[in-house]
Design a protein around this ligand. Sequence first.
Ligand SMILES: Nc1nc2c(c(=O)[nH]1)N[C@H]1C(S)=C(S)[C@@H](COP(=O)(O)O)O[C@H]1N2
Ligand SMILES: [Mo]
Length: 316
Amino acid sequence: MLIRRPSDIPSSEITPHDVYLRRRDFMTGAIALGAATMLPAGASAGPLQFVKSPLSTTDEPLTSLKDITTYNNFYEFGTDKDDPAQNARTLKTTPWTVKVDGLVGKPADYDLDDLIKSIPLEERIYRMRCVEGWSMVIPWIGVPLSAVLARIEPQSGAKFVSFETLVRPAEMPGQRGLFQPLPWPYVEGLRLDEAMHPLTILAVGLYGEPLPNQNGAPIRLVVPWKYGFKSIKSISRINLTDTQPVPSWQRANHQEYGFYSNVNPQVDHPRWSQATERRIGEGSGLFTKRRPTLMFNGYGEQVASLYSGLDLKANY
Ligand SMILES: Nc1nc2c(c(=O)[nH]1)N[C@H]1C(S)=C(S)[C@@H](COP(=O)(O)O)O[C@H]1N2
Ligand SMILES: [Mo]
């Protein structure tokens, strides 16, 4: 896979940053007119302006857009892998407010566009590894979480960042009905130093276009050295705190899911090994090829120092 540097991108491929903001208005309009129901899952309204980040994974083939947008976990829209692509189109993503509260200098209900305004969008190709043993390589577009944190000004007592997804049962069928697979809202958390790490991004797009709803529109976390469930989708609240948050999966089953959730081939999930993985799109059934899972999902050189002195078997 050849990764183009920012200087290789012809200016004709670049749209102004605020076109991202206006496109979101356009998409609301399209939904109001009923046009969105005619778009296939994953389709959207055109390219985003971004620069390519040198923090990309450079040498692996990308997972297809079709696989990225039809094989999803997003329990607010159902528990089957193809449920989010079917059901998530009903989520209304404009306007979108992110509540910022807790130990910050600038708490507010931010309009999403104000929160990320003038932070350059970057494309970063990251490996994603799911706890269920599959992986993908995804060209994300987003902003460094650290830049957003700088804007909201963490106070000196802040030690953790917690994130919440929207609770909107009218638009999220997985939040209705008798069987509720998880406690809502979906919650995730990072230590402040993990949140400030340059690899951690808030993604607003993939494959050059705004995020499809099933992938967490309009804004989701991406932490490439942790299992996929850490990468919380459709974020509606960012809270800074001095206490370690309890993520939804840990709350639901603390024997199987811990706070850290670092990709670690040496620590098995209680019900299966985490030593190997299957790259989505690389054959199936008898022909499934498994590859060894890398410590910290291959990002060890960049992130291992965050965990020096931490017992990674006890802190799974
Ligand atoms: N709000 C919310 N975020 C979520 C989930 C979810 O169910 N709800 N699933 C997680 C899991 S288990 C995975 S593997 C990734 C999947 O992201 P993708 O569908 O974009 O590949 O989203 C994570 N973020
Ligand atoms: Mo996952």
